[in-house]
Design a protein around this ligand. Structure first.
Ligand SMILES: [Zn+2]
Length: 266
């Protein structure tokens, strides 16, 4: 199985710029209603995700602009086809676009995975820089996904949870960087269910920042514009970025992390 192969763990002290205490990677998954369409949900169910297109992405960008910080927006190909104004807004605002499947599929449950990834890649091509990043929907993979990504020229993936610092994989002779994620550091399981208050989640993530300054020097936070932008949720985004900056976080996009790590290691 390809994802069993060796990982070259990154020493983040070689990557962190002087005067910063840890690196923070902000990833926004722009699902809109793609996941609902993939599972044939009706128009009413799809409305929750559509908030991301109606208001969510714009509200998130407003916050990022207030602080002048970088971020990466992972977009399904279908979203770029159906909401091109949203992807154009992300691009014209100066943010990185990464890929996020075609129709937010569970890639381990589709028969034509490579064709879907090719379709996604073709649609998103106009929005990529020379660095191509990918995040799998639901953070689910098939055994072949990473090999397909390398074949399509991707430089980094951000879907796996088997480390708490980035690492480099050698796949078919090509290097692929992994920027690990974690359910604990994702807004969805916490805020969609409402099992934890905004204040408690804020406090929990501050503990994570403190731990990162001592140990990993790396934290990846995942947000969904359709969720984090609603009502008072947006305050969490605002306050967490403010706090991170006050703790001397170096906030980098996936593209910047990839360039910095590859120049230090390859
Ligand atoms: Zn997603």
């Amino acid at each position: 199985m390809i994802i069993d192969q060796a990982m070259e763990e990154i020493d983040m002290s070689r990557v962190l710029s002087p005067n910063y205490r840890f690196i923070l990677f902000l990833g926004f998954d722009v699902d809109i209603d793609s996941a609902e369409v993939w599972r044939n949900a009706d128009y009413i169910e799809r409305s929750y995700g559509r908030y991301g297109a109606v208001k969510g992405v714009r509200k998130v960008i407003n916050i990022l602009e207030i602080f002048g910080v970088k971020a990466t927006f992972f977009v399904p190909g279908w979203v770029a086809e159906n909401y091109p104004e949203i992807v154009n807004l992300i691009m014209t605002s100066g943010y990185e676009v990464g890929a996020h499947g075609y129709l937010h599929e569970k890639l381990d449950q589709v028969e034509n995975e490579y064709d879907l990834l090719c379709k996604m890649d073709k649609i998103l091509k106009p929005y990529y820089s020379k660095i191509k990043g990918f995040r799998s929907p639901y953070w689910r993979f098939s055994e072949e996904s990473l090999r397909y990504l390398v074949k399509l020229g991707y430089n980094y993936d951000s879907s796996l949870m088997d480390n708490d610092v980035p690492y480099i994989m050698d796949i078919d002779g090509s290097k692929l960087l992994e920027l690990p994620v974690d359910w604990r550091l994702d807004d969805w399981p916490h805020l969609k269910t409402g099992l934890i208050s905004l204040k408690d989640l804020y406090n929990r993530w501050i503990y994570e920042f403190k731990t990162a300054t001592r140990e990993t020097l790396y934290i990846s936070l995942t947000f969904h514009p359709q969720l984090i932008s609603r009502g008072s949720n947006i305050e969490l985004l605002k306050r967490i970025i403010h706090k991170a900056l006050s703790m001397n976080a170096q906030i980098l996009s996936g593209r910047e992390l990839c360039e910095t790590i590859f120049s230090a290691y390859i």
